[in-house]
Design a binder for this molecule. Structure first.
Ligand code: FAD
Length: 341
């Protein structure tokens, strides 16, 4: 087993609620590490509605969802949290001597005194495109995210989709791939216009290929792809392809949380409303993933839950230490932690 990364608090999920928990825990000197399946912080705000305005965050009459995530990242920066993105937490077990061991789908191991589940609606999982036989190539030649760019060096890469992920990776992988072909059903994209322009400019310079059409078939052997058939307006074309990256959006599923031995109610984790602790002492659940009488799935509810959870977490991380209530406006010690005094 690899050497574990040790931290006071392991937070599963870097959505708005997981991020704000870092702030509350940080004020009480607890070091946090966050793990998220997505490749960046923000959870639903960043993945589902980054440009939509939110009107019910206290103190912000209007803020875009991505704007809120950016402000939260700024607010927690003084506490220097650790982040592991592109990782799914798969295992959570109790250690004999106290604390917990958390493992990811990349076989990393974390040990923490307290675990905070801020997993929202569960894991974002990629939608599989309707290409016959695609399963046989998954994890060998077909990937739904880019974890290590080096794995694409020197390959004939085909990227399918018209959103930000498809365009980002087309531009990022182009310099190191042998060839890059972007395939999308139509010439209009949902991605940032600047990236679309950059893609068209590279196509003009013949540094990548853009095809309007759909991938209808794959050829290869033993999980290793050699080519893909693209059905376009002028019929079928066979394109060399040793790495395929389909970006067809994400769905949310509870995922491995169901296997961690916690009490669940309709795929949510019941908690008390004093500490937001689960049926296992030392494991807390905050934000959209929890349930209790009167629960509202709002960002501000999750922020409140993070503040109360922190009081209980501190008693586990520093047993016997008095938990002192202080205001950030008047406490020099809190202001020092924030780097403003
Ligand atoms: P999430 O934002 O869901 O984040 C959870 C994170 O956990 C995700 O990033 C996920 O990848 C990660 N995760 C889950 N399981 C694992 C695992 N096993 N391993 C690793 N990572 C994992 N709320 C408001 O208050 N006001 C609004 O105006 C508002 N508008 C909304 C509009 C839309 C279109 C939608 C979809 C939601 C809206 N919401 C709004 C709801 C709000 O976005 C959620 O309440 C909020 O995102 C919950 O935050 P969270 O941190 O609990 O969970």
């Amino acid at each position: 087993m690899p050497e574990p990364t040790r931290t006071d608090i392991l937070i599963i999920g870097a959505g708005p609620v997981g991020l704000f928990a870092v702030f509350e825990l940080g004020l009480f000197d607890m070091k946090c590490h966050l793990i998220d399946i997505l490749d960046r912080p923000g959870g639903q705000c960043a993945e589902l509605y980054p440009e939509k305005p939110i009107y019910d965050i206290p103190g912000y009459p209007i803020v875009s969802a991505q704007g809120l995530v950016d402000r939260l990242m700024e607010q927690i920066a003084p506490f220097k949290p650790g982040f592991s993105f592109n990782r799914m937490v798969t295992g959570l077990e109790k250690l004999d001597g106290g604390g917990f061991r958390v493992t990811t789908d990349e076989n990393e191991v974390f040990e923490a005194k307290v675990v905070v589940i801020a997993a929202g609606g569960g894991s974002f999982q990629p939608k599989r495109p309707p290409i016959p036989g695609i399963e046989a190539y998954e994890q060998e030649s077909v990937f739904y995210s880019v974890r290590r760019m080096e794995e694409f060096r020197g390959h004939d890469v085909m990227i399918v989709g018209g959103g930000d992920s498809a365009l980002d990776w087309t531009l990022n992988l182009q310099p190191l791939a042998r060839s890059v072909t972007l395939v999308h059903r139509r010439p209009e994209f949902r991605a940032a216009p600047d990236n679309v322009n950059k893609m068209y400019a590279l196509q003009e310079m013949k540094q990548l290929e853009f095809l309007v059409g759909q991938v209808t078939g794959l050829k290869g052997a033993d999980g290793k792809l050699s080519s893909a058939t693209v059905k376009g307006l002028d019929g079928d074309v066979e394109v060399p392809c040793t790495r395929l990256l389909p970006f067809f959006g994400l769905t949310m599923k509870l995922g491995p949380i169901a296997e961690w031995g916690l009490n669940l109610h309709e795929n949510l984790i019941p908690v008390d409303t004093e500490k937001f602790e689960t049926s296992v002492p030392g494991i807390f659940a905050i934000g959209d993933i929890n349930t209790y009488p009167g629960k509202l799935k709002l960002i501000l509810s999750g922020f409140h839950e993070a503040a109360l959870m922190t009081q209980a977490a501190k008693r586990i991380v520093s047993p016997g230490e008095r938990v002192v209530f202080q205001y950030t406006t008047s406490s020099t010690s809190l202001q020092k932690k924030l780097g403003v005094a």
